[in-house]
Design a protein around this ligand. Structure first.
Ligand code: ADP
Ligand code: MG
Length: 602
């Protein structure tokens, strides 16, 4: 074939491919345009994971009606005029490519009204061509709707993943910008449901709580801006996880340069290195770090998607990041300390007792330890956050009636006497004394509850906002195999794309534990049990969950909780061993006691 110039529509499609890879790339470009237009409110709506529809609405400056058609031309921008201006870019966009690229591979509707104009304009485009244009009443700002992405590039379309995966990518983009721009109120509406919203108060902590949830946010340490004598031109701020919170991969380390999300392996490494020996090998921190420096000291014009940057002095930035994280770790004060339960057993016990009293005097029946734990957790959160994490709780129901009255190994009715070493309960039965291991006993109780879930569902607690869980593909695959068992155990987990899940509910007795680390641990435990298949494997899974959820040794229990634990143990089919087969109790019969004390025949 002779050399020839490609027709414009072909060239456009090729160019579009560099900017628009998937629905999330469209969302990114549109959000950047809204931010560049000075919006304080940005709403993102998607349908079918963004494949059918993406709409971004802002209250920014808007586009003057006369300029609107031009915005869709390649290299059309209002942000720079000359190559010199590339040296100190203060806007997120500048290449004038995004709208041209997006309109080349989708059907676009733009409704915009410039702040200073009395009416707005509506423009419709198909494959870069304007198909209609008319004046239209509209509030100041811009609404850009992108429908049927890749309708005219079927090869591209084939590479798109499931709706859930694409939604996951989009959600990541929105939450990133929400963190970087806390003064802007972001909303994400997917398939008609509000998935996520930030207050837009300018408080980055408030945005962090919305993005990560109160549980994880409470384990994040602030990285304060401080003059770094070695790198005064680089300012680093944000949040990093306390060493107690870690993940299986680096993908939870997010970096922003001048509030633009960037990817940089070196700087990611700087963050990891700052933790040095604080984390086990193979574990990585969670971080959202904001690096600010003069635009002159960095080149963002490396790649069309602008996530890659070139620093003039990379080693300086590296050291600044490392030192800032290090400082935060030395400070070690969690950013939302008040969300944590006070530490001493005495505090805990007092709170617990007060809560129980409150429930009883409110006319409720004697609460179980599970109910108390949940209640405490809920009241903790209710005072701090305008939207509590917990929406409703399925009331804990008494265990099902005894299946077989004869169940040989059942316990006789026991009279609780007390607790020793915050670990064992003492009780008396018709035939002597019982010393009960509270952790092992609770494991047994939970195990039977979960295994009987078919007759009596395990009480669960709905989360107000579904929590995304990232596991990496291997662990995620293991979870996928056992979704049914997990969902029977009180979790509500649904696949959310490659390597990730959405958690909608957790078992009611889970208290304030971090569901992500629990699921990670369970998946890792499963990975090691390659010897098990079928039912045995399901049982091993349930056992692992029970181990994590059960009351721990060292936890002081009120008399009511002791009584409740013993009552539930009495209802168990196999009360004498924990699911691992270890004993839950030692039994000293009256006869054995008499013998020990030399009273026999006395
Ligand atoms: P760039 O952002 O690189 O300038 P785009 O193709 O993304 O290029 O946008 C082209 C132009 O359209 C922008 O320079 C801006 O003037 C205008 N524009 C796009 N989106 C908006 C918006 N949401 N509000 C106001 N103006 C916008
Ligand atoms: Mg742009």
């Amino acid at each position: 074939m002779p050399i020839h110039i490609l027709p414009p529509d072909v060239a456009d499609k090729i160019a579009a491919g560099e900017v628009v890879e998937r629905p999330a790339s469209v969302v990114k470009e549109l959000i950047e345009n809204s931010l560049d237009a000075g919006a304080t409110e940005i709403r993102v709506e998607i349908a079918d994971g963004g494949k059918r529809l993406i709409r971004v609405i802002d209250n920014g400056r808007g586009i003057p009606a006369a300029e609107a058609p031009l915005a869709f031309q390649r290299h059309a921008t209002s942000k720079i005029r000359s190559a010199e201006e590339l040296e100190h870019i203060a806007t997120l966009g500048f290449r004038g490519e995004a709208l041209a690229a997006i309109s080349a591979v989708s059907k676009v509707t733009l409704i915009t009204r410039a702040q200073e104009e009395p009416v707005g304009v509506e423009l419709k485009l198909e494959g870069s061509r304007i198909v209609s244009q008319r004046a239209m009443g509209a509030p100041p700002g811009t609404s850009l709707t992108v429908e049927h992405l890749f309708w005219n590039t079927p090869a591209r379309k084939k590479f798109l993943k499931s709706n859930a995966t694409e939604t996951g990518h989009i959600s990541k983009i929105v939450t990133r910008y929400a963190l970087a721009y806390p003064e802007v109120r972001f909303s994400l509406v997917a398939e008609g449901r509000l998935r996520f919203q930030t207050p837009g108060s300018g408080d980055r902590m408030a945005a962090l709580v919305k993005v990560y949830g109160p549980d994880i946010a409470s384990q994040m340490l602030p990285v304060e801006v401080a003059e770094d004598p070695v790198a005064p031109q680089v300012r680093v701020s944000g949040f990093v996880s306390a060493p107690t919170l870690h993940r299986a991969n680096r993908s939870h380390i997010e970096l922003f340069l001048n509030r633009r999300y960037i990817q940089d392996r070196n700087l990611t490494f700087a963050v990891v290195q700052a933790y040095h020996t604080l984390l086990m090998t193979g574990r990585y921190p969670v971080a959202a770090l904001f690096i600010d420096m003069l635009p002159e000291l960095v080149d963002v014009n490396v790649h069309p998607t602008k996530t890659e940057v070139r620093f003039r002095e990379p080693s300086l930035v590296f050291r600044a990041v490392q030192r800032a994280v290090h400082r935060a770790l030395q400070g070690q004060a969690p950013v939302t300390r008040e969300l944590q339960t006070p530490g001493t057993p005495e505090d805990y016990r007092n709170q617990w007792a007060a809560r129980r009293q409150a429930l009883v005097s409110a006319g409720k029946a004697e609460p179980s330890p599970g109910q108390l734990a949940m209640d405490l957790y809920r009241s903790e959160l209710a005072g701090r956050e305008e939207t509590p994490l917990v929406r409703k709780e399925t009331p804990e129901t008494p265990p099902p009636p005894l299946a077989s009255q004869t169940g040989g190994d059942r316990l006789p009715p026991l009279r609780p006497i007390g607790q020793i070493a915050a670990t064992y309960l003492i009780a008396e039965g018709p035939d002597g004394m019982y010393l009960i291991d509270q952790h092992a006993a609770h494991e047994r109780i939970l195990y039977e509850k979960i295994m009987q879930a078919e007759q009596q569902p395990v009480p669960k607690q709905q989360l107000l906002q579904p929590v995304p869980i990232e596991l990496g593909t291997q662990l995620a695959g293991l979870i996928a195999e056992h979704l049914e068992t997990l969902n029977q155990s009180g979790f509500e987990i649904e696949p959310f794309g490659e390597g990730s899940y959405l958690l909608r509910a957790v078992p009611a007795f889970m208290g304030a534990q971090d569901p992500q680390s629990l699921l990670e641990e369970v998946a890792q435990g499963l990975a090691q049990r390659t010897d098990l298949v079928g039912k045995a494997r399901e049982e091993a899974l349930v056992t692992m969950i029970c181990k994590r959820l059960a009351i721990k040794a060292g936890q002081i229990l009120s008399v009511a909780e002791q009584r409740e634990l013993i009552r539930q143990l009495e209802a168990c089919e196999n009360p004498r061993t924990c699911p691992h087969g270890r004993p839950t109790m030692l039994h000293l019969s009256a006869a054995a006691l008499e013998k020990q004390f030399g009273r026999l025949g006395a």
